[in-house]
Design a binder for this molecule. Structure first.
Ligand SMILES: C[S@@+](CC[C@H](N)C(=O)[O-])C[C@H]1O[C@@H](n2cnc3c(N)ncnc32)[C@H](O)[C@@H]1O
Length: 269
C-alpha cells in the first residue's frame, strides 16, 4: 500500500493530530458539502475525526470509512455506535468498490503521505463517485501554512543534516507546490474545481503539550525524533523550547494552521 504515514499508537495520534483534525473537520465539510440521504466514502479515516463530524452534520444514508492502519481503525471502531458507519481496512489507491458507488468521496490529511503517487488515490476516489458527485480532499499546507510543524523541522534541520534531508523529502513534496492540487483534480477529469485555504488555530497549554506528541514517535516528525540519540534529542528539545517560549515564561501559545482544500465534480457522461 503506497503510504508513508507512520501510524503507531491511536492515543498518541489524538494528541499529535486528532485534536486538530477535529477542529478542521467542520471547515472541510463546509467546503466539500454534504446532504442528507447521501452515500459517502471517506478515505484514510484514521481515528475518525472527519467520520463522526460528517454524521453530526447530516443524516447520511451510509458512510464507508476506510483506512489501512488497523491501529487507528480499532480506535475509531471503539468510538462508533452508529450502524450507518462502516469502518473497513483498505487501500485508498485500490478501492474495492464498483464504479460510481458513492455520492461523495472525501479525504482529510491523507494525500501527501500517499507515495509515490497521490494521483492514484484521487483517481480511485473519482472512479467510485457517481457522475455529478463530489470528490474533495484537504491537508495541512506544511511548507507555507503550518508554523508549529516548520518550527520543529527547521530547528532540527539546523542541527542535523539528516533532518534537513527528511524535511525536504516531506515538506518538499510536489503536492504542496502552488497550483499542484487543483491541477491534480483537473488531471483526474474533475470539473467545477475549487481550491481554497481553511484555517484553524492550534492552541497548546505549554511546551510539553507541544513537544510530547512528537517525542512519542507518531507521524513523520515523530519518526524522525525517535531516531535520535538521547543527547541529540535533548539538544533538539532545548532549541525547540527556546523557539516555543520566545523569551517568555512557559505557558499557552497559539499557532495558525492552514489546510489546502480542493473539491471538484465528476462530469456527467
Ligand atoms: C494524518 S492521518 C489522518 C486521519 C484522519 N483523516 C484525520 O484527519 O485525523 C492519515 C491517515 O491516512 C491513512 N492512509 C495513508 N495512506 C493510505 C492508503 N493508501 N489507504 C488508506 N489509508 C491510508 C493512514 O493510515 C492514516 O490513518
Amino acid at each position: 500500500m503506497p503510504s508513508m504515514f507512520n501510524a503507531r499508537d491511536a492515543d498518541n495520534y489524538e494528541r499529535l493530530m486528532g485534536r486538530w483534525s477535529r477542529r478542521l473537520a467542520p471547515l472541510f465539510i463546509d467546503h466539500a458539502g454534504i446532504t442528507a440521504g447521501e452515500n459517502v466514502i471517506e478515505v484514510g479515516c484514521g481515528t475518525g475525526s472527519l467520520t463522526f463530524a460528517l454524521l453530526q452534520r447530516a443524516a447520511l444514508a451510509r458512510l464507508t470509512a476506510i483506512d489501512h492502519s488497523e491501529i487507528y481503525l480499532a480506535a475509531a471502531k471503539a468510538k462508533n455506535n452508529d450502524p450507518r458507519i462502516s469502518l473497513e481496512r483498505g487501500d485508498g489507491c485500490a478501492l474495492h468498490f464498483p464504479d460510481a458507488s458513492f455520492d461523495r468521496a472525501l479525504s482529510m490529511l491523507v494525500l501527501p503521505s500517499v507515495l509515490p503517487e497521490p494521483e492514484l488515490m484521487v483517481a480511485e476516489m473519482r472512479r467510485v463517485t457517481r457522475p455529478g458527485g463530489v470528490v474533495a480532499a484537504a491537508f495541512w499546507d506544511s511548507p507555507g501554512g503550518s508554523p508549529s510543524q516548520r518550527m520543529l523541522w527547521d530547528t532540527a534541520a539546523a542541527l542535523d543534516e539528516a533532518a534537513a534531508e527528511a524535511r525536504d523529502r516531506t515538506v518538499g513534496r510536489p503536492i504542496y507546490m502552488p497550483g499542484a492540487l487543483a491541477r491534480m483534480w483537473a488531471e483526474a477529469g474533475l470539473v467545477e474545481i475549487d481550491q481554497r485555504s481553511l484555517m484553524i488555530r492550534m492552541d497548546f497549554a505549554n511546551f510539553a503539550d507541544y513537544w510530547q506528541p512528537f517525542a512519542s514517535g507518531e507521524g513523520a516528525l515523530g519518526a524522525y525524533v525517535v531516531t535520535l540519540s538521547d543527547g541529540a534529542r535533548d539538544r533538539l528539545e532545548h532549541y525547540l523550547r527556546s523557539a516555543y517560549l520566545t523569551g517568555r515564561a512557559d505557558g499557552a501559545r497559539s499557532f495558525v494552521a492552514v489546510a489546502l482544500s480542493c473539491r471538484g465534480v465528476v462530469p456527467e457522461a
